[in-house]
Design a protein around this ligand. Sequence first.
Ligand code: C2E
Ligand code: MG
Ligand code: MG
Length: 435
Amino acid sequence: AQFVALHDSLTQLPNRKMFAAFAGKVIDEAKHNNTQFAVMVIDLDNFKTINDLYGHEVGDQQLARVGEILSGQLRETDIIARLGSDEFAILETSIHQPSNAQEVAQRLISTVNNRTNALPDGSTISMSIGVSVFPDDGDKIDALLQHAETAMSKAKQGGKNNHLFFEQGMEASMRERRSIEARLRVAIENDGFTVNFQPIVDSATQSPQSFEALVRWEDDELGFVPPDKFIPIAEETGIIIDIGKQVLHKACSEAVKWPQHIRVAVNLSVVQFEQPGLLDTVKTVLKQTGLPASRLDLEITESIVLSNSERTLEILEKLKASGARISMDDFGTGYSSLSYLQSFPFDKLKIDRVFVSDLETDDNNAAIVKAVVAMGKSLEMCVVAEGVERNSQLARLRSIGCSEVQGYLIAKPMPGDMVEQFIKESRKPPHIVSA
Ligand code: C2E
Ligand code: MG
Ligand code: MG
């Protein structure tokens, strides 16, 4: 009975209670001997997705396997526990902290990565680790665990599959994130998001071809929060699934009012691809709003194609088969691997604005834009330049042969009820003269 109360039944590892009891002794000794030790909190990356996709049995197997691998990496004086769900803790006693903890953390990450059995999609387990050090980061186990946990969350935010040491500033930024998260949940319930639309026009005639839907959020307490700030938090917490649905719905119900040759572009997050049900959501929204699939562009970023590719490709193909078109957004900013352009027939490439911003003066960027336009032509993809702010950029893009442009020069994102007026006015001759 003693063993049961102090151990976790799935991994046979000590539980939180036993960990805390053991830590008490270690703290006493460390105080007495004036030594340091490290506490690590380890959390598996994307574990919820693994459970959702492959079921709890597969999830449990992976957890047990990770517990085994981690235990095998420790010395006798260290202790490991399973804190709960997919979270482990390690108390690492070594006289050379924190440099030793650094090495151990990296080794744990790479060992688990190499030795976990591949999932059905070929991926293996990665994890994020937060480290706190006694006595600098706390002289009680609760504080040490909490600080290690904070550092672990930061490591997740920074892209996962990594370790971070606790730093003082982390807590303030965690509080801000938590308040954004809490307010996002309120906004989801209260229909608190709106959508603006930014035209994408033909570079020669400037007639609008489509409008990109861009989410906007003005909160009662936090004020206006830009998407670059809240989207990453929404992604990390899964709230993006609901935001994405609401944006898609709003975008399609506006677009159905526009002239039939004008399309709407909606951004999709990588998290929406990790969840089952994206295809159903898109189909349902199209049905509800009455927008033909052929008028919908879905914008994805390079990270989507690079993550977990087989399944992603399958979803992309199904989305495309449903009649929607797929655009590669922010092209050039990701991992610059061109091979994925072969693996999926994108309809459109959107060149990121970093290459457009100093197009007239930076020969390297001009060369990149030229190359992308040429490549787009040969692969029969429409190429759009993002972030066009000056006439001189537009002129250059036209001479390069870039077919469509988007940016403040044409128009800033506007509320849905201004779109029809914009379309009407754009029927007049182009208002921008080429330089
Ligand atoms: P994005 O998809 O690349 O969207 C284009 C961003 O560039 C928009 O910023 C737009 O306002 C901005 N922009 C357009 N023209 C210019 C210009 O001439 N100069 C400059 N400096 N900026 C320009 P926004 O609306 O702040 O959105 C930022 C990012 O947030 C988007 O980048 C997209 O990745 C994400 N996002 C926005 N709405 C959604 C959404 O509904 N779902 C998801 N998943 N992501 C979204
Ligand atoms: Mg976009
Ligand atoms: Mg973009």
